[in-house]
Design a binder for this molecule. Sequence first.
Ligand SMILES: Cc1cc2nc3c(=O)[nH]c(=O)nc-3n(C[C@H](O)[C@H](O)[C@H](O)COP(=O)(O)OP(=O)(O)OC[C@H]3O[C@@H](n4cnc5c(N)ncnc54)[C@H](O)[C@@H]3O)c2cc1C
Length: 263
Amino acid sequence: MKIAVLVKEVPATDKVKMDEKTGTMIRSEMESELNPLDMYAIEEAVRVKEKIGNTHVIAISMGPPQAINSIREAIPMGCDYGYLMSDKYFAGADTLATAYTLSAAIRKLGKFDLIFSGERATDGETGQVGPSVATQLGMPVVTYVSKVEKISDGIVRVCRSVEGGKETVEVELPALLSVVKEINEPRIPNLSGKIASKSKEIPLLTAKDIKVSSDKVGLSGSPTRVVKVFYPKLSRDGKILKVKNVESAVNELIKFMKERGVI
Ligand SMILES: Cc1cc2nc3c(=O)[nH]c(=O)nc-3n(C[C@H](O)[C@H](O)[C@H](O)COP(=O)(O)OP(=O)(O)OC[C@H]3O[C@@H](n4cnc5c(N)ncnc54)[C@H](O)[C@@H]3O)c2cc1C
């Protein structure tokens, strides 16, 4: 079997800075890391490999050259190797262009039986890329996958977490599974794996390598535009109550709320 896992490099902070003029993220000032939710996708792919045997798990990412680090994090977790799609033409991609690039790469890298993605990236948070890749590759997609129950005879049976319960779904392979956190507990890679991963060759593929035209990727291939980015301004004035102890704090609060007709 051949399994791809989509992994994304994201800022290692929830304090993402945006350029209000261009509407893009200021990535140069940020530390980055492998999207934490993609670790569950990696772990599940590796568990399938361990169960079925004779399987390769390949991490695939699109991003700037430093995104290679997310693949270096994926390898010690059990991925066999990885590829990074990186090219100046890929910059400024929206979710459609990102999925277009990733699906072109997957086609170029051969026939995959299964593709795993995280539920969402912790920066963009649209959750669109996995389903869009499946659509562009013409394969079924199952979202919110919380358990892979069975893979046999060209069919994968999974359990989905849906509002108020669980749903069992069977789809034909090849298929894309977008997994949720409850699916597993990602393993912690050991030190020797981390060291070995540092020297592993990770090919960088360009638009030319994956045979996509530059007007279908990056900003030119993106039908959506960020028209305005702004920080919400808080207009409420806070009031600090100076008190000696809990009792007087409670009394002051009651007085304060009574004055305003809250209680
Ligand atoms: C209008 C618009 C303009 C944008 N412009 C820019 C810009 O100028 N510069 C910029 O850096 N970003 C830009 N973005 C953000 C960029 O589109 C997203 O970061 C990217 O498309 C992934 O979407 P997401 O973060 O919502 O991922 P989600 O859909 O939430 O991710 C779900 C899963 O898909 C997979 N995945 C997602 N992205 C990748 C990837 N790159 N490689 C491999 N797997 C992946 C992962 O498994 C992930 O867990 C823009 C977005 C929009 C909507």
